[in-house]
Design a protein around this ligand. Structure first.
Ligand code: ADP
Length: 283
């Protein structure tokens, strides 16, 4: 199979979201009748594998390795961030995972630069981090709602690139994913929320005001992706109308990140045979 990363990676300056079909399934054979079942089984296999990478990642960090991995998720409302997190973290040890959701900044956060809270939220060495929304909100919602002057958000693309480059240089591997849904799919998911009392809590009447700005958001997303997809921290656009494809694609992208880091258990800094002998003498 072609590397999924090649199919989904955003080429800087070239991404046109309108040209990416949210119902498409790149990397899966379209004639595969059992694609849904197959991809679900693959997700189970991949997530178990992800879990098995966590311990060596953590163990290596204990001995000073700087590696840490971050899955950064952005999407329009109902894009499936929560479902993706649930799916790809099945099989992971919660003790080695740091999930952070970003809402409107608090008063304390607003007193600092927009990246201040982000840096504090990054996974420490040895951890898998997940960002449910991120510093990209500062060039998305902030831009669409004109929460700062244009000069301010315009400068942020470069600031984000410099910030991410510095983090990558100090051991971060970041997988930035936009879950790309269609406006029709968003409507269907909002309707589903309004039809099910166990989903009412997920519905926010403000979602409709955001939906009305769909086109503005698409432009803001396109700019963020085109300007901040870099060789060291690329963006991936994952078609996300089909949840099973979305889960499969994100699990694969995360697995590729772990494989690139290839965490190894550290070599012991003591003489194992001598310790065994000493222990045996006490028995
Ligand atoms: P979600 O929709 O991700 O499940 P919430 O309903 O808590 O979670 O929404 C979080 C809200 O916080 C979103 O409306 C998002 O646009 C907003 N938000 C996140 N970051 C910022 C930011 N830097 N400035 C303003 N609003 C933000």
């Amino acid at each position: 199979m072609t590397d999924l990363r090649e199919l989904l990676v955003a080429e800087p300056g070239k991404v046109r979201l309108a040209e990416i079909d949210p119902r498409s399934t790149p990397g899966l054979k379209s004639n595969k009748r059992d694609a849904k079942d197959w991809s679900r089984a693959e997700v189970a296999r991949i997530t178990a594998k992800l879990g098995s990478y966590q311990e060596p990642l953590y163990a290596a960090a204990k001995k000073g390795a700087p590696d840490r991995i971050l899955l950064l998720l952005q999407a329009m409302d109902c894009g499936g961030k929560d479902g993706t997190v649930r799916s790809v973290l099945t099989g992971s040890n919660p003790a080695g995972v740091k999930v952070v959701s970003f809402g409107p900044p608090t008063e304390e956060e607003r007193a600092h630069d927009f990246l201040w809270r982000v840096e504090r939220a990054l996974p420490p060495p040895g951890y898998l981090g997940v960002f449910n929304r991120s510093h990209y909100e500062d060039v998305l919602v902030v831009r669409v709602h004109e929460l700062v002057p244009p000069e301010t958000w315009q400068e942020r693309y470069e600031q984000i690139n410099a910030f991410e480059a510095a983090q990558v240089a100090s051991g971060l591997t970041v997988v930035k994913v936009m879950l790309h849904i269609s406006k029709e799919e968003q409507a269907a998911r909002l309707l589903a929320r309004l039809a099910d009392p166990t989903k009412f809590w997920k519905y926010n009447p403000g979602d409709l005001a955001e939906r009305a700005r769909w086109d503005d958001y698409q432009v803001a997303y396109e700019d963020a992706i085109n300007r901040c997809s870099t060789p060291q921290a690329p963006w991936y656009v994952v078609p996300a109308d089909r949840k099973w494809y979305r889960n499969w694609a994100v699990a694969n992208l995360l697995l590729a990140a772990f494989e690139k880091v290839d965490p190894q258990y550290p070599v012991p800094d003591f003489d194992v045979a001598a310790e065994r002998a000493k222990l045996a003498a006490t028995i």
